[in-house]
Ligand binder design. Structure first.
Ligand SMILES: C[S@@+](CC[C@H](N)C(=O)[O-])C[C@H]1O[C@@H](n2cnc3c(N)ncnc32)[C@H](O)[C@@H]1O
Length: 235
Protein backbone atom coordinates (compact mmCIF):
# COMPACT_ATOMS: atom_id res chain seq x y z
CA UNK A 1 0.00 0.00 0.00
CA UNK A 2 1.34 3.45 -0.89
CA UNK A 3 1.99 6.19 1.67
CA UNK A 4 -1.01 8.12 0.37
CA UNK A 5 -3.32 5.16 0.91
CA UNK A 6 -1.78 4.64 4.36
CA UNK A 7 -2.49 8.30 5.18
CA UNK A 8 -6.13 7.96 4.05
CA UNK A 9 -6.51 4.81 6.11
CA UNK A 10 -4.97 6.42 9.21
CA UNK A 11 -7.21 9.48 8.76
CA UNK A 12 -10.42 7.40 8.70
CA UNK A 13 -9.25 5.43 11.72
CA UNK A 14 -8.66 8.74 13.54
CA UNK A 15 -12.12 10.15 12.83
CA UNK A 16 -14.03 6.85 13.09
CA UNK A 17 -15.71 7.64 16.42
CA UNK A 18 -17.07 11.00 15.27
CA UNK A 19 -17.70 9.98 11.65
CA UNK A 20 -21.48 9.41 11.93
CA UNK A 21 -22.09 12.57 13.91
CA UNK A 22 -20.09 14.61 11.40
CA UNK A 23 -22.11 13.17 8.49
CA UNK A 24 -25.36 14.12 10.19
CA UNK A 25 -24.17 17.63 10.97
CA UNK A 26 -22.67 18.28 7.52
CA UNK A 27 -25.72 17.04 5.58
CA UNK A 28 -28.52 17.87 8.06
CA UNK A 29 -29.26 14.14 8.17
CA UNK A 30 -29.77 13.79 4.40
CA UNK A 31 -26.96 11.23 4.00
CA UNK A 32 -29.31 8.44 5.12
CA UNK A 33 -31.74 9.18 2.26
CA UNK A 34 -28.87 9.06 -0.28
CA UNK A 35 -27.72 5.65 0.96
CA UNK A 36 -31.35 4.44 0.94
CA UNK A 37 -31.44 5.22 -2.80
CA UNK A 38 -28.34 3.05 -3.31
CA UNK A 39 -29.87 0.28 -1.19
CA UNK A 40 -33.07 0.28 -3.27
CA UNK A 41 -31.02 -0.03 -6.46
CA UNK A 42 -28.97 -2.87 -4.90
CA UNK A 43 -32.15 -4.64 -3.73
CA UNK A 44 -33.25 -4.72 -7.39
CA UNK A 45 -30.08 -6.60 -8.44
CA UNK A 46 -30.38 -10.34 -9.25
CA UNK A 47 -30.47 -12.67 -6.25
CA UNK A 48 -27.20 -13.25 -4.43
CA UNK A 49 -24.80 -11.69 -1.94
CA UNK A 50 -24.03 -7.97 -1.94
CA UNK A 51 -20.71 -6.34 -1.08
CA UNK A 52 -20.74 -2.98 0.70
CA UNK A 53 -17.27 -1.86 -0.30
CA UNK A 54 -15.67 0.68 2.06
CA UNK A 55 -18.51 0.04 4.47
CA UNK A 56 -17.11 2.46 7.05
CA UNK A 57 -19.56 2.43 9.97
CA UNK A 58 -21.91 0.06 8.05
CA UNK A 59 -24.70 2.55 7.32
CA UNK A 60 -25.08 1.39 3.72
CA UNK A 61 -25.06 -2.29 4.76
CA UNK A 62 -27.85 -1.48 7.24
CA UNK A 63 -29.78 0.46 4.59
CA UNK A 64 -29.62 -2.62 2.36
CA UNK A 65 -30.90 -4.85 5.15
CA UNK A 66 -33.85 -2.48 5.54
CA UNK A 67 -34.53 -2.52 1.78
CA UNK A 68 -33.94 -6.27 1.32
CA UNK A 69 -34.01 -8.06 4.70
CA UNK A 70 -33.23 -11.51 3.27
CA UNK A 71 -30.03 -10.54 1.45
CA UNK A 72 -26.59 -11.49 2.63
CA UNK A 73 -24.51 -8.32 2.77
CA UNK A 74 -20.77 -8.35 3.39
CA UNK A 75 -18.96 -5.21 4.56
CA UNK A 76 -15.32 -4.57 3.69
CA UNK A 77 -13.05 -1.65 4.53
CA UNK A 78 -9.33 -1.07 4.98
CA UNK A 79 -9.66 0.96 8.18
CA UNK A 80 -9.81 -1.23 11.29
CA UNK A 81 -11.07 1.78 13.27
CA UNK A 82 -14.07 2.13 10.97
CA UNK A 83 -14.68 -1.63 11.06
CA UNK A 84 -14.66 -1.52 14.87
CA UNK A 85 -17.41 1.13 14.78
CA UNK A 86 -19.31 -0.95 12.22
CA UNK A 87 -19.13 -4.04 14.39
CA UNK A 88 -20.42 -2.17 17.46
CA UNK A 89 -23.27 -0.62 15.47
CA UNK A 90 -24.33 -3.94 13.92
CA UNK A 91 -24.30 -5.59 17.34
CA UNK A 92 -26.35 -2.75 18.87
CA UNK A 93 -28.91 -3.08 16.06
CA UNK A 94 -28.87 -6.88 16.39
CA UNK A 95 -28.04 -7.09 12.70
CA UNK A 96 -26.90 -10.64 12.07
CA UNK A 97 -25.44 -12.03 8.85
CA UNK A 98 -23.34 -8.98 8.04
CA UNK A 99 -19.78 -10.37 7.93
CA UNK A 100 -17.11 -7.66 8.07
CA UNK A 101 -13.60 -7.94 6.78
CA UNK A 102 -10.51 -5.86 6.20
CA UNK A 103 -9.77 -5.43 2.50
CA UNK A 104 -8.20 -2.97 0.09
CA UNK A 105 -10.59 -1.84 -2.66
CA UNK A 106 -7.69 -1.88 -5.14
CA UNK A 107 -6.93 -5.59 -4.55
CA UNK A 108 -10.11 -7.31 -3.39
CA UNK A 109 -9.67 -10.74 -1.79
CA UNK A 110 -12.67 -12.23 -3.63
CA UNK A 111 -12.94 -14.51 -6.63
CA UNK A 112 -14.31 -13.21 -9.93
CA UNK A 113 -18.12 -12.90 -9.89
CA UNK A 114 -18.47 -13.58 -6.15
CA UNK A 115 -21.28 -11.02 -5.69
CA UNK A 116 -24.59 -10.22 -7.34
CA UNK A 117 -23.97 -6.56 -6.57
CA UNK A 118 -21.09 -4.41 -5.34
CA UNK A 119 -22.07 -1.04 -3.93
CA UNK A 120 -20.02 1.75 -2.42
CA UNK A 121 -20.83 5.08 -0.82
CA UNK A 122 -18.29 7.89 -0.59
CA UNK A 123 -15.35 5.62 -1.45
CA UNK A 124 -14.32 6.59 -4.97
CA UNK A 125 -12.88 10.06 -4.21
CA UNK A 126 -10.44 8.40 -1.86
CA UNK A 127 -8.93 5.96 -4.31
CA UNK A 128 -5.48 6.53 -5.73
CA UNK A 129 -6.43 4.66 -8.87
CA UNK A 130 -10.12 5.17 -9.63
CA UNK A 131 -10.16 3.03 -12.76
CA UNK A 132 -8.51 0.12 -10.97
CA UNK A 133 -11.03 0.42 -8.12
CA UNK A 134 -13.94 0.33 -10.59
CA UNK A 135 -12.33 -2.62 -12.42
CA UNK A 136 -12.08 -4.51 -9.12
CA UNK A 137 -15.74 -3.79 -8.35
CA UNK A 138 -16.68 -5.10 -11.78
CA UNK A 139 -14.40 -8.15 -11.49
CA UNK A 140 -16.03 -9.42 -8.29
CA UNK A 141 -19.56 -8.84 -9.64
CA UNK A 142 -21.06 -11.72 -11.56
CA UNK A 143 -22.48 -11.43 -15.09
CA UNK A 144 -25.90 -9.78 -14.94
CA UNK A 145 -25.04 -8.20 -11.57
CA UNK A 146 -24.78 -4.52 -10.69
CA UNK A 147 -22.07 -2.12 -9.64
CA UNK A 148 -23.50 0.89 -7.79
CA UNK A 149 -21.56 3.93 -6.62
CA UNK A 150 -22.47 7.06 -4.69
CA UNK A 151 -20.19 10.01 -4.17
CA UNK A 152 -19.98 13.76 -3.68
CA UNK A 153 -19.49 15.79 -6.86
CA UNK A 154 -19.17 19.45 -7.80
CA UNK A 155 -22.61 20.81 -8.77
CA UNK A 156 -22.79 21.89 -12.42
CA UNK A 157 -24.82 25.08 -11.77
CA UNK A 158 -22.17 27.84 -11.36
CA UNK A 159 -23.68 29.96 -8.54
CA UNK A 160 -24.91 26.98 -6.55
CA UNK A 161 -21.56 25.25 -7.18
CA UNK A 162 -19.69 28.27 -5.81
CA UNK A 163 -21.89 28.35 -2.69
CA UNK A 164 -21.42 24.64 -2.06
CA UNK A 165 -17.67 25.06 -2.64
CA UNK A 166 -17.59 27.84 -0.05
CA UNK A 167 -19.52 25.69 2.43
CA UNK A 168 -17.10 22.80 1.94
CA UNK A 169 -13.96 24.92 2.14
CA UNK A 170 -14.94 27.22 5.01
CA UNK A 171 -17.68 25.65 7.13
CA UNK A 172 -16.92 21.91 6.94
CA UNK A 173 -13.28 22.16 8.21
CA UNK A 174 -14.48 24.35 11.09
CA UNK A 175 -17.14 21.80 12.11
CA UNK A 176 -14.51 19.06 11.70
CA UNK A 177 -12.11 20.87 14.04
CA UNK A 178 -14.83 21.50 16.61
CA UNK A 179 -16.67 18.19 16.58
CA UNK A 180 -14.13 15.61 15.37
CA UNK A 181 -11.04 17.47 16.61
CA UNK A 182 -9.57 16.97 13.14
CA UNK A 183 -9.50 19.97 10.82
CA UNK A 184 -7.11 18.16 8.48
CA UNK A 185 -9.56 15.32 7.71
CA UNK A 186 -12.33 17.78 6.92
CA UNK A 187 -10.02 19.92 4.78
CA UNK A 188 -9.09 16.78 2.84
CA UNK A 189 -12.80 16.19 2.16
CA UNK A 190 -13.41 19.33 0.01
CA UNK A 191 -10.01 18.83 -1.64
CA UNK A 192 -10.98 15.30 -2.65
CA UNK A 193 -14.28 16.59 -4.08
CA UNK A 194 -12.46 19.32 -6.03
CA UNK A 195 -10.08 16.73 -7.54
CA UNK A 196 -12.81 14.20 -8.33
CA UNK A 197 -14.15 13.47 -11.81
CA UNK A 198 -17.50 14.78 -13.05
CA UNK A 199 -20.54 12.44 -13.10
CA UNK A 200 -20.22 12.14 -16.90
CA UNK A 201 -16.52 11.23 -16.63
CA UNK A 202 -17.30 8.65 -13.97
CA UNK A 203 -19.94 7.12 -16.26
CA UNK A 204 -17.36 6.88 -19.04
CA UNK A 205 -14.84 5.21 -16.72
CA UNK A 206 -17.47 2.67 -15.66
CA UNK A 207 -18.04 1.82 -19.30
CA UNK A 208 -14.29 1.59 -19.87
CA UNK A 209 -13.95 -1.13 -17.22
CA UNK A 210 -16.65 -3.12 -19.00
CA UNK A 211 -19.90 -2.09 -17.35
CA UNK A 212 -22.95 -1.63 -19.56
CA UNK A 213 -26.25 0.28 -19.40
CA UNK A 214 -24.60 2.81 -17.10
CA UNK A 215 -27.24 5.11 -15.64
CA UNK A 216 -26.74 8.03 -13.33
CA UNK A 217 -28.92 10.01 -10.97
CA UNK A 218 -28.30 13.32 -9.33
CA UNK A 219 -29.25 13.73 -5.66
CA UNK A 220 -28.78 16.44 -3.04
CA UNK A 221 -29.39 19.28 -5.52
CA UNK A 222 -26.54 18.15 -7.75
CA UNK A 223 -24.02 17.54 -4.96
CA UNK A 224 -24.33 13.73 -5.02
CA UNK A 225 -24.02 11.36 -7.97
CA UNK A 226 -25.41 7.83 -7.99
CA UNK A 227 -24.21 5.55 -10.81
CA UNK A 228 -25.46 2.08 -11.69
CA UNK A 229 -23.72 -0.20 -14.19
CA UNK A 230 -24.51 -3.75 -15.25
CA UNK A 231 -21.93 -6.52 -15.81
CA UNK A 232 -22.74 -7.99 -19.23
CA UNK A 233 -23.81 -11.62 -19.47
CA UNK A 234 -21.14 -13.79 -21.07
CA UNK A 235 -21.60 -14.23 -24.82
C1 LIG B 1 -16.16 8.56 3.52
S1 LIG B 1 -16.02 6.95 4.21
C2 LIG B 1 -17.51 6.15 3.63
C3 LIG B 1 -17.99 5.08 4.58
C4 LIG B 1 -19.35 4.48 4.28
N1 LIG B 1 -19.37 3.83 2.98
C5 LIG B 1 -20.45 5.49 4.35
O1 LIG B 1 -21.34 5.47 3.50
O2 LIG B 1 -20.47 6.28 5.30
C6 LIG B 1 -14.81 6.26 3.16
C7 LIG B 1 -14.42 4.87 3.60
O3 LIG B 1 -13.63 4.30 2.58
C8 LIG B 1 -12.62 3.54 3.17
N2 LIG B 1 -11.56 3.40 2.17
C9 LIG B 1 -10.87 4.37 1.53
N3 LIG B 1 -9.99 3.86 0.65
C10 LIG B 1 -10.14 2.50 0.74
C11 LIG B 1 -9.51 1.40 0.09
N4 LIG B 1 -8.53 1.58 -0.81
N5 LIG B 1 -9.90 0.16 0.41
C12 LIG B 1 -10.86 -0.05 1.34
N6 LIG B 1 -11.49 0.95 2.00
C13 LIG B 1 -11.13 2.21 1.69
C14 LIG B 1 -12.23 4.34 4.41
O4 LIG B 1 -11.55 3.56 5.35
C15 LIG B 1 -13.60 4.81 4.88
O5 LIG B 1 -14.18 3.92 5.79
Amino acid sequence: MTTKAEAVRAMFTRIARRYDLMNSLMTAGLHHAWRAAVARAAAAAPEGPVLDLATGTADLALALRAAAPGRLVVGADFSLGMLREARAKLAARRARRVPLLAADALALPFRDGAFACVMSAFLLRNLEDLERGLAEMRRVTRPGGRVITLDIVRPAAPVWGALVGLYFRRVVPAIGALVAGDRHAYTYLPQSVARFVTPAELGTLMERVGLRDVRRRSLGLGTIALHIGVVPERA
